[in-house]
Design a protein around this ligand. Structure first.
Ligand SMILES: [Zn+2]
Length: 410
């Protein structure tokens, strides 16, 4: 068997011919060409009768052979197409002929990125992590279902930070399957507005429930685009606000009592105050008991937080509305500035908070998706472009099936 025949079989891509093989710089290089004679347009796939306008030398990294890097080389022809203009020809080994990697290389990089940590992928593939990001973007583009926004009824809107908390993405999740269906850089009304634009009038009419945090920007976009939908404030975002009010009260008390024995007793009380009581350690329970004895203001804040959570655990929305009203009165009279403020916010958003009890849709971190998105986003540090981070989220959180490019010789 000739070496070119063997390599063609190993590469195993239909309509690819190997002309020549050589070793250079520790890697294997193969001169290849498409099996078809007439160039095809990479835009529309049409065969071109006219000859090439020009050529450009190109090289694509392919899967390793026995652990040795393999590069495919070919002079890409530029052709004139009546519908696409002057364009490079299509090649059987790369959907994006101007990318520097073959489709199978992208496939393997995406398969690994879906499952392994950053270091393993970049060591095994021998490319920079940022390059892996570009492989993923191409792969996701190829695998994306034609209408990911079809049939949405209940959606969750959330923001997630990337690149160490300086940049934000807006993500839309389908509550029916907990999958991310859309994402874009930014977190203002315009960002979310772009989603509703893409959804189209018909898609917007089908949206019945939207869960979101209390961000005014998102609310504005939701109210404008789907005024008929039930707006539900995410329970955990609302509880976070109340938790933050406890923390603010604690800091305030700490400033007031610093240097006194009461101040000393407050030390390390933070988690005891913020955690769900069933999760408290023995030491934290003791701390909490001490706060109860020593600092009535802080303990009042704690009780307000706990009562708020208990109310939201209830099932009847009418009861919850009544209890929340009572809670709001208590918070407003608590003489704790942080709670007076949070009560005002909650009063303004009462309908959307009660709606949670009625419909029980939530962007809950306990559903797993939020945590997964955050983990994936953290792994995507090092991808600078928002597009690459979004592609990583799409790869890992939308249920895309990526198969490793394995084959059997024939
Ligand atoms: Zn064309």
């Amino acid at each position: 068997m000739r070496i070119t025949t063997l390599l063609r079989k190993l590469i195993g891509i239909q309509s690819l011919i190997v002309l020549r093989v050589w070793i250079h710089g520790g890697a294997l290089h193969a001169e290849v060409k498409p099996a078809w004679r007439k160039p095809r347009c990479s835009g529309c796939g049409a065969r071109k009768r006219s000859g090439p306008v020009a050529t450009e030398k190109r090289q694509w990294r392919h899967l390793d052979v026995c652990g040795v890097a393999l590069y495919l080389r070919y002079d890409l022809r530029r052709v004139y197409c009546s519908s696409c203009g002057t364009i490079v020809e299509a090649v059987p080994w790369a959907t994006d002929p101007r990318g520097r990697f073959t489709d199978e290389f992208d496939e393997l990089a995406a398969f690994l990125a879906q499952r392994c940590d950053k270091t393993s992928v970049h060591r095994l593939m021998r490319v920079a992590w940022r390059t892996v990001g570009r492989c993923i973007s191409r792969m996701v583009k190829r695998l994306r279902p034609p209408n990911p926004l079809e049939g949405l009824e209940a959606i969750g809107v959330d923001e997630v930070s990337y690149r160490k908390h300086h940049h934000y993405l807006t993500l839309v999740t389908n509550h029916a399957n907990h999958r991310v269906v859309w994402g874009k850089k930014g977190r203002n009304a315009k960002t979310l507005g772009a989603f509703f634009d893409e959804l189209g009038a018909e898609g917007r009419a089908e949206i019945a429930f939207v869960t979101a945090d209390l961000s005014a920007a998102y609310m504005k976009a939701i109210r404008e685009a789907v005024p008929h939908a039930e707006l539900i404030f995410d329970r955990f975002h609302v509880q976070q606000l109340v938790g933050a009010a406890v923390d603010e009260t604690r800091r305030e008390e700490w400033r007031r009592l610093r240097g006194t024995p009461d101040g000393k007793a407050m030390k390390k009380s933070r988690w005891a105050l913020l955690k769900n009581p069933v999760n408290l350690t023995e030491a934290e329970s003791a701390k909490l008991a001490a706060v109860q004895g020593d600092n009535r203001r802080l303990y009042r804040a704690y009780l307000l937080k706990e009562q708020f959570r208990d109310i939201l655990d209830r099932r009847q929305h009418n009861v919850v509305r009544r209890l929340l009203r009572r809670w709001l009165g208590w918070a407003a009279r608590s003489r704790l500035p942080a709670f007076v403020k949070v009560a005002r916010t909650i009063r303004r958003h009462l309908d959307g908070i009660v709606a949670y009890v009625r419909w029980r849709f939530t962007n809950s971190p306990h559903e797993g998706m939020n945590n997964k998105v955050r983990l994936v986003t953290r792994r995507a540090y090092g991808f600078h472009a928002a597009e690459a981070v979004l592609a990583m989220i799409e790869l890992c959180c939308t249920g895309l099936a990526v198969a490793p490019p394995l084959k059997v010789l024939s």
